[in-house]
Design a protein around this ligand. Sequence first.
Ligand code: ADP
Length: 425
Amino acid sequence: YQDIFNNSKDAIYICNLEGRLVDFNQATFELFAFSEEELLEIEVHDLFHTKEKKRELLYALVANESVADFPISIEQKNGKTRQCLISASIIKTAEFMGYSGIIRDITEQQKAGDLRKARDIARQSAKMKEQFIANISHEMRTPMNAILGMSNLVIQTDLDEEQHNYISSIKQSSEILLGVVNDILQISEIQNGKVKFENKNFDLHKLLNNLINVMQYKAKEKDIFLELALPPEIPSILKGDKLRVNQVFFNLVGNAVKFTDSGHVKIIVEQLGAFEGGVHLKFTVEDTGIGIPKDKLESVFESFSRVRSKDRIFEGTGLGLAIAKNLIELQGGKIGATSELGIGSNFFFDLIFEVGEELELSTDIQQEPAFDKDASFNLLLVEDHKMNQLVAKKTLEKQWENIKITIANDGLEAIAILEKEVFDI
Ligand code: ADP
């Protein structure tokens, strides 16, 4: 028994009802952080907190002759507080009235418990944030589509120059806003590990030529040359996620055009290696623009980073490169940049692709519907948003004069209509 008493990690002691100690083990003075001698000088009950709790404890002890696992705080000599559980039972003899007590220090367990709680709360709020962003982005995109679609329709009507300019501004601003919403939605998907990649045949040469066509318009406005250096021996049909590859190019080339005032923007494709059924390609977007200072080069790939605060006039979110970096790295590639202030920048990335089969793709293309301008066909439109119904209907009718459109407000309605009627689309 003496060994158990001496070696116990719990404080074990005997004291009178005022708290003056009669006997105690080493763990007792370690718990109170007093020396052995000091402890004998004081009433240990003075170290029990709060005063109300102490009174409650002693009352219960005297009334029931024992207490078990009664929670109490103990204030150490150094001012620190320990969270404890005390169990005690009354000792009553002819010459002594007091109790024997065992105090267990549970501060660390409690901290671990608190940490676990904090972690659970953090996880939960991350989930809520994700949900919130997804919902809000969706809720924003629906009316944005209406604004954008309606501006497109108005701009095609008879307008004087002033009206045309106003509508143009609405259209441009809503395109930018839609881009911002999409960026935020996408970075949040990436951060939550929700991105999945396709591995389907696509035509790289076609993708890059399309990109040049789309970007040419902006480049021409600024009088800069937009070039593509794509050696013909680079395989054309690859397997991968066409949309994501396109998006990365769009970001890099978009930036290059945005930050270049004279000279050129050039997309360079090189083959780094080839292996059984696949190729390792490197893509560089070279510009002769304003450049990026050396010490900022790393940080441009971080979320919400802009090199200069006056970049604000370019209306970027500072998310484009962060998204590009994530999309490339998730596909196993690397992205980087070199730059010289006032001379220009090079943004480059590499990816490994399986080489796809020409055949599969051509059947793919045949599946694409091709309707002439004056073709007449039946289309079932399923859309729950009233304004977007109108946008879709009017936009389609402008494209195809002889189109017949039926609108269903939701999936159930659509299925009911489909049981009675046949549609081309
Ligand atoms: P943003 O939407 O602001 O363009 P990005 O993530 O695409 O966001 O780019 C972050 C910042 O990196 C830009 O605001 C700009 O300061 C700098 N940057 C990116 N590309 C270039 C470039 N080709 N030339 C000069 N600066 C660039």
